[in-house]
Ligand binder design. Structure first.
Ligand code: SOE
Length: 379
């Protein structure tokens, strides 16, 4: 097996999901390459050492430029907050490294465009970690839609609901809370949560033509962890938007961090002429399917337990009936990335694919400001 030497930047929640995936992928998938955890990079040396010990990285760096300069690194994995993705990715592309970048790709569309130009100019393999595409039930939804099982699609409905920022005492900024700081995150729920919904939606149902959005920031000021001062909150706490897809279907998208009782309730439902599909992250191994062609007496919603060997990814795991979970989606992402290296057919979403999501997010935020329908620019 060839070695794929990984240098990870960032040690937070996403650094853990990615590291776990790199470590496990060859145990479950037969691949041409084996990721080798060469180095973890973090500004704090203590934290980097601690992370390296826990996850088995061979070395640590405290400067990402030094990591990128290393000859023994093939792939740079970016798991840092959003405002550093572009600088790191562009430098890594110039150095000829492959890149896997945490979502969202960038702070906004124009920045994402520069990242796409950099990886395409350098011809380096690249991918963005929109992991929910690789939940087997979601991949099965994609297969069913592509096979025409839903027929013409009329409606797409998606939600991503959380409740972790309701307290006004919660500060903004710093480790763990940078998602509340617009300078670091770019936006609030739009870039953090709706970006997932948009990525899945565009993958399943094609491009979005235009959007009409509203946003709200419920808590207007929060103490900033880094300055200690009470500062204006500039992210969107909640966002809801209407969309028209190019295929003529109508959509509603909603996300908030103020839906008391919901932790990560990502759901979608798709209604077509011949059938419907529904999925729920809290029950991620199930896909609900309604097929109008079924005999009338037994027609109804099927609750498919996606654990069988002929369902996406599942032959690589346990035995039929035994389900997998969240972390496996990241393992699938690495497996597909590596298969893309071997086949020369890059796995999606590439930076270019993810740029489309960025453009939709920009149009959503613009529409919330203008209170008008906004066209999504072509990528
Ligand atoms: C936010 O709480 C968050 O961690 C997102 O940043 C992730 O992308 C999402 O998958 C789960 O929720």
């Amino acid at each position: 097996m060839k070695k794929l030497n990984v240098g990870l930047i960032g040690y937070g929640f996403m650094g853990r999901t990615h590291s776990n995936a790199f470590r496990k992928v060859n145990n479950f998938f037969d691949l041409e390459y084996k990721p080798v955890l060469r180095a973890i990079c973090a500004r704090s040396e203590d934290k980097a050492i601690d992370f390296a010990d826990k996850w088995g990285y061979e070395s640590v760096e405290t400067d990402w430029r030094a990591l990128i300069a290393r000859k023994d690194i093939d792939l740079i994995d970016i798991a840092t907050p959003n405002n550093s993705h572009a600088e790191i990715a562009i430098a890594a592309a110039k150095a000829g490294k492959m890149i896997m970048c945490e979502k969202p790709l960038s702070m906004d569309g124009p920045e994402g465009k520069k990242m796409v130009a950099a990886v395409e100019k350098a011809k380096v393999p690249n991918m963005v970690w929109y992991n929910y595409r690789r939940v087997p039930a979601v991949t099965l939804a994609k297969q069913l839609i592509d096979e025409g099982k839903l027929g013409k699609i009329f409606h797409y409905r998606a939600k991503f609901l959380q409740d972790w920022t309701i307290s006004p005492e919660l500060p903004q900024g710093g480790a763990g809370l940078w998602r509340l700081d617009a300078k670091v995150a770019g936006s609030g729920v739009t870039g953090d949560l709706l970006a997932h919904c948009i990525d899945t939606a565009v993958w399943l149902n094609g491009s979005i033509d235009k959007v009409n959005a509203m946003t709200e920031t419920f808590i207007k000021e929060r103490k900033h962890t880094e300055t200690g001062k009470v500062q204006k909150v500039q992210i969107d706490d909640a966002c809801a938007f209407l969309a028209r897809f190019n295929n003529g279907s109508l959509a509603t998208f909603e996300s908030t961090r103020y839906a008391r009782g919901h932790k990560a309730l990502y759901t979608f439902e798709i209604n077509g002429e011949k059938g419907s599909l529904a999925w729920d992250l809290h029950d991620l191994h199930r896909l609900q399917y309604f097929n109008y062609a079924d005999e009338g007496r037994v027609r109804g919603w099927r609750n498919i337990h996606v654990t069988d060997g002929d369902q996406p990814y599942m032959k690589n795991w346990w035995v039929p009936g035994l389900q997998i979970g969240y972390e496996h989606t990241f393992v699938h992402q690495v497996a597909d990335f590596i298969q893309g290296l071997s086949s020369g057919k890059p796995a999606s979403p590439t930076f270019r694919d993810a740029l489309e999501t960025q453009y939709v997010c920009d149009a959503v935020l613009k529409s919330a400001r203008t209170q008008k329908w906004e066209k999504v620019p072509k990528k």
